[in-house]
Write a protein that binds this ligand. Structure first.
Ligand SMILES: [Ca+2]
Length: 355
């Protein structure tokens, strides 16, 4: 990893697209992932912690030593509502069974760990990438307000400013799951980039890419391909297209290559009380409120460039036929690391999130 790598904490709820997001982050020399924090969302907290640990083992190298922390088990101001549809399949990873984790979660609570890690770093050293309900992030900014000015930025996968929701007609899953947290983060005064359904639905990964990853055959590419295939199957039933959005991976890409997207400055907030609009992202792009911008909202994306970026990063870092590069010694460790049981598909029903 280069000296210039940007330090990030990834707050996630794996989740297939979280899994691809983690794979992309660790495949990107521009990022140094210093911690993976977890929060209930796509599936319950125990499952997302377990999945995050399994994914870090699968990635190997630096990931296998990155602290993985348990965060909140549900929203602070309302009951946890699991998704109605098992979009992410059994256990949240599309039925792809990864080996039992080789370690336990890092001791302590994710929120306190984040606060400490941000404090010991230089100002603006850490960017937070949030790909789950914003419960942990809101708790962090509320309980430890001093970290607000020390964070470089929060890149959020969430919301649908100018597009239909995926949980209700108005709301995207992460914001709908904990709208009070989303609103708190939106209005907390930390620089925000919001990557919502406006762009993630435009940057689809086609079945051909999933199949190419499976065909590659290395543990991580194969697992990624099979998880994506599961998501594509689900997506095809609803949207009649053999492709899927990989929401969280686009948020990671936005942290690395913001030039892949178009951004609009806006004052944003999140509706918490609406009968039909609870969890909706409200973006004041025309200055109706007179309030100053508090976020950059992604409104467009170069879908082909993102697709090529994601595939090349996954293949270069994890592919079976890629020679290890001298600058990335962890590459060979990941490829020869944890085996994936190709045929193992858990069949138990488990909650998943909307796609
Ligand atoms: Ca997620």
């Amino acid at each position: 990893m280069s000296q210039a790598a940007h330090r990030v904490i990834i707050d996630c709820d794996p989740g297939i697209d979280d899994a691809i997001a983690l794979l992309l982050a660790y495949a990107s020399p521009e990022l140094d992932v210093v911690g993976v924090t977890t929060v209930a969302g796509n599936v319950g907290l125990d499952q997302v912690v377990d999945n995050a640990l399994r994914l870090c083992d699968l990635i190997g190298g630096a990931a296998a030593a990155t602290p993985v922390l348990r965060g909140h088990a549900g929203p602070l101001a309302r009951a946890l509502r699991h998704p109605d549809e098992p979009v992410h399949g059994a256990y949240g990873l599309g039925g792809v069974e990864l080996p039992t984790p080789t370690r336990a979660a890092h001791p302590g609570h994710a929120v306190d760990w984040m606060a400490e890690r941000i404090r010991v770093g230089a100002p603006q050293e850490i960017t937070l990438i949030a790909t789950a309900p914003l419960t942990n992030v809101a708790a962090l900014l509320h309980t430890h307000p001093d970290v607000r000015e020390r964070l470089a930025e929060i890149v959020i996968m969430g919301g649908a400013a100018f597009a239909p929701g995926n949980t209700t007609p108005a709301a995207e899953f992460n914001f709908h799951a904990d709208p009070e947290a989303a609103r708190y983060v939106a209005e907390a005064g930390v620089p925000l980039r919001i990557v919502g359904l406006d762009v993630t639905r435009k940057a689809l990964t086609p079945l051909a890419d999933a199949e190419a990853l499976i065909a590659d055959g290395a543990p991580a590419t194969s697992a990624a391909g099979r998880m994506l295939s599961h998501l594509i199957e689900r997506y095809a039933r609803r949207h009649a297209v053999r492709a899927c959005a990989v929401h969280d991976a686009l948020a990671v890409a936005a942290a690395i290559r913001p030039d892949l997207l178009q951004w609009t400055e806006a004052w944003v907030t999140v509706e918490c009380a609406g009968e039909f609009t609870r969890g909706a992202l409200v973006a004041d792009v025309h200055g109706r409120t007179g309030l100053p911008s508090n976020a950059k909202v992604a409104t467009g994306v170069d879908a082909e460039a993102f697709r090529a970026f994601l595939m090349s990063r996954l293949r270069d870092r994890y592919g079976a036929h890629t020679a290890p590069a001298p600058s990335a010694p962890v590459r060979s460790a990941a490829v020869s690391g944890a085996a994936v049981s190709g045929a193992a598909v858990r069949s138990a029903a488990a909650p998943g999130a909307s796609a």
